[in-house]
Design a protein around this ligand. Structure first.
Ligand code: DHB
Length: 395
């Protein structure tokens, strides 16, 4: 029996309506390129998924200058540095001093809310809560099929399909002959949201004998914190006291710093993985963001990298569809990957700089402390961290 699909035709079909998909949709719309976004999640589910909270300078610029919203400048917090904490004391990395740049504390949930509002404001075709997504004929006549939230089968025919469908991407598997690069880590992060006031004006990345901890922020009354844990840890088995005990031990010191406590209102275990798939183009299909690459969370590069991808991709799509420059779509892989591999290295490097592996020898421990000293005790070391953290200039 043939199914009656309601069929539409657009220039670009975007699979995935998270920040990467919506940012691309917005940029394409601004360039006069019609597009449709589909996602199997609901808007509420995405709004309530807590992810990282730090935006690089150019991510902020992209949101503001492309006309998404300037809320990040009004409600986000500019951070001009971070603390690296080890040996019981904090050492400030001053981004402004080192490289003349800042980053912004502005949670991914707010970035999503701004993008979603902007696309609704501009009449975007957004289809959330779809099921059974299939991407067909990506070599020459791509189509996306799904069942809408209303239960009706839909078909979207397009000149290009973009897979912005995250780390569990369906689109990724359609890239024939791709090469995949992986790295696993023997630890994970235990992430909590807590009802407490901030303990410090900026973020604290702590290395201790018990492992890594990160003190981040959300609002005046809610904070985000993480500590290194075993990947098999069950978050529901942890009492508030046990969580605070881990955090306090890892932040302990002799400099009078006090970590302020309160009720734990959410707890999750975040996996650690480095992953890159290349090429990012196959026929009329292109990948963006986590669909093509994943970084471990240390340094908060994931969202920033996805936004950098789509900035380059929007330009390539415009040239490909409007300028008759199909090569621009092929060149997208190399342009995007140049930044991706820098970010892969940075995330890996910050991870190994601060985490503790069970098998580490005394030599490894002392070498790690020597590395930390060479970052905080040298202008070149400090500048290296500051440049990577606030984001390399766009190419
Ligand atoms: C946050 C997450 C990170 O991975 C990081 O490096 C900094 C901040 C956060 O969730 O706030």
């Amino acid at each position: 029996m043939s199914v009656a699909y309601s069929s539409t035709r657009v220039e670009v079909a975007i699979v995935g309506g998270g920040p990467a998909g919506l940012m691309l949709s917005h940029l394409l719309h601004s360039a006069g390129i019609d597009n449709t976004v589909i996602d199997n999640r609901s808007v509420t589910a995405i709004e309530n998924t807590h992810r990282a909270g730090i935006l690089e300078r150019d991510s902020v610029r992209l949101l503001v200058e492309s006309g998404v919203s300037d809320r990040v400048l009004r409600e986000g917090q500019e951070h001009r540095g971070i603390d690296l904490r080890f040996g019981g004391a904090s050492h400030r990395i001053d981004f402004q001093d080192a490289v003349g740049a800042s980053c912004w504390l502005y949670p991914q949930t707010e970035v999503f809310a701004d993008l979603h509002r902007a696309r609704v404001r501009d009449g975007g075709d957004l289809r959330y809560g779809v099921t059974g997504t299939e991407v067909l004929d990506v070599r020459d006549e791509p189509r996306v099929r799904c069942v809408g939230a209303d239960g009706r089968p839909q078909e979207i025919r397009a000149d290009l399909v973009i897979g912005a469908d995250g780390s569990r991407s369906v689109c990724r598997g359609l890239v024939g002959g791709a090469t995949r690069y992986f790295r696993e880590y023997p630890f994970a992060w235990f992430g909590v949201l807590v009802e407490a006031p901030p303990s410090a004006p900026e973020l604290i990345y702590a290395r201790s004998e018990q492992g890594f901890a990160l003190i981040s922020q959300r609002t005046r009354t809610v904070q985000r914190m993480y500590f290194q844990c075993d990947p098999s840890e069950d978050p529901s088995a942890w009492s508030d006291d046990r969580i605070w005990d881990q955090l306090q031990t890892r932040l302990a010191g002799t400099d009078g710093f006090t970590l302020r406590e309160g009720p734990v209102i959410e707890r999750t275990v975040l996996p650690f993985r480095s992953f890159v798939q290349t090429p990012m183009r196959h026929g009329r299909l292109l990948l963006a963001g986590d669909a093509a690459h994943t970084v471990p969370p240390t340094g908060a590069k994931g969202l920033n990298l996805a936004l950098a991808d789509v900035r380059v991709l929007a330009e390539a799509v415009e040239r490909g569809l409007r300028g008759g420059d199909d090569d621009a779509l092929t060149r997208y892989t190399d342009r995007a990957l140049a930044r991706v591999w820098k970010a892969q290295h940075f995330s890996y490097w910050m991870t190994t700089l601060l985490h503790r592996v069970a098998s580490a020898s005394d030599f490894d421990e002392r070498r790690q402390l020597g590395e930390l000293d060479s970052i905080v005790g040298s202008a070149a070391g400090t500048a290296y961290l500051a440049e990577g953290y606030t984001g390399w200039p766009n190419s």
